[in-house]
Design a protein around this ligand. Structure first.
Ligand code: ADP
Ligand code: ADP
Ligand code: ZN
Length: 214
């Protein structure tokens, strides 16, 4: 099963993608996580990506497309995947389709997690990310057992630089301009499903499972 998560930054794509990956035994592929790992390891790709990410802008399509095509070659992708944060532009979606179509394949579901802009700033300022394993929490909606300590690995939590309100505002306008058109794109292909992302995490997940089937 090949699934794409659509939605604004902070809509809950990552939270749901992790659960989908566990439920359907497919890998969760987050381009943002891959970039952050590269930044942490100070690779050339990481250095390039960082200049865009810090401003809340998108990393250029060529860089992202090469990276994701490379990731698909890994053995864990044979039964599909859930993509979180890719595609984010029409050219990225076209590149994905071209690669899939060349093998007689298609995207099965594009799930749009809908959350209005008013809720996003609030969500993002409460998001905390683990510096060790990348796990994501929320100070109010998904707190850790011990404040600022990751439940999964014990490392400390941070507020991502690009989750500060000034950058979030820019990310939202980039989203509306460059990523939102993908909703129409996948609707026309007949694979779009919309879920209400303002509900509790559990309810959102149940709505997704009823779309995907058990
Ligand atoms: P969020 O989960 O909050 O939407 P991500 O972790 O997906 O954020 O992405 C963080 C940043 O990484 C983006 O603001 C962008 O700069 C970069 N990025 C991630 N995926 C892509 C992509 N597919 N195309 C371009 N830039 C990307
Ligand atoms: P995205 O990957 O779309 O950027 P995340 O999954 O990282 O979004 O979620 C953004 C923040 O909102 C995180 O702190 C997460 O714990 C929290 N969150 C996710 N889903 C919900 C929800 N349904 N209700 C409240 N908070 C949520
Ligand atoms: Zn951790």
């Amino acid at each position: 099963m090949k699934i794409i998560m659509l939605g604004a930054p902070g809509a809950g794509k990552g939270t749901q993608a992790k659960r989908i990956a566990a439920q359907y035994t497919i890998p969760h592929i987050s381009t943002g996580d891959i970039f952050r790992a590269n930044i942490k390891n100070n690779t050339e790709l990481g250095q390039k990506a960082k200049t865009y990410m810090d401003k809340g802008e998108l990393v250029p399509d060529e860089l992202v497309v090469d990276l994701i095509m490379d990731r698909f070659k890994q053995a864990d992708c044979t039964n599909g995947y859930v993509l979180d944060g890719f595609p984010r532009t029409i050219p990225q979606a076209e590149a994905l389709d071209a690669a899939l179509n060349a093998q007689g394949e298609n995207v099965d579901f594009a799930i749009n997690v809908e959350v209005p802009d008013e809720n996003i700033i609030n969500r993002m300022s409460g998001r905390r990310a683990c510096v060790g394993c990348g796990a994501t929490y929320h100070i109010k909606y998904n707190p850790t057992k011990v404040e600022d300590v990751c439940d999964a690995c014990g490392e400390k939590l941070i507020l991502r630089d690009d989750d500060k309100p000034e950058t979030v505002k820019n990310r939202l306008s980039v989203y509306h301009e460059q990523t939102q058109p993908l909703i129409d794109y996948y609707e026309k292909k007949g694979v779009l499903a919309e879920v209400d992302g303002t509900k509790d995490m559990e309810d959102v997940f149940n709505a997704i499972v009823s779309v995907l089937g058990k």
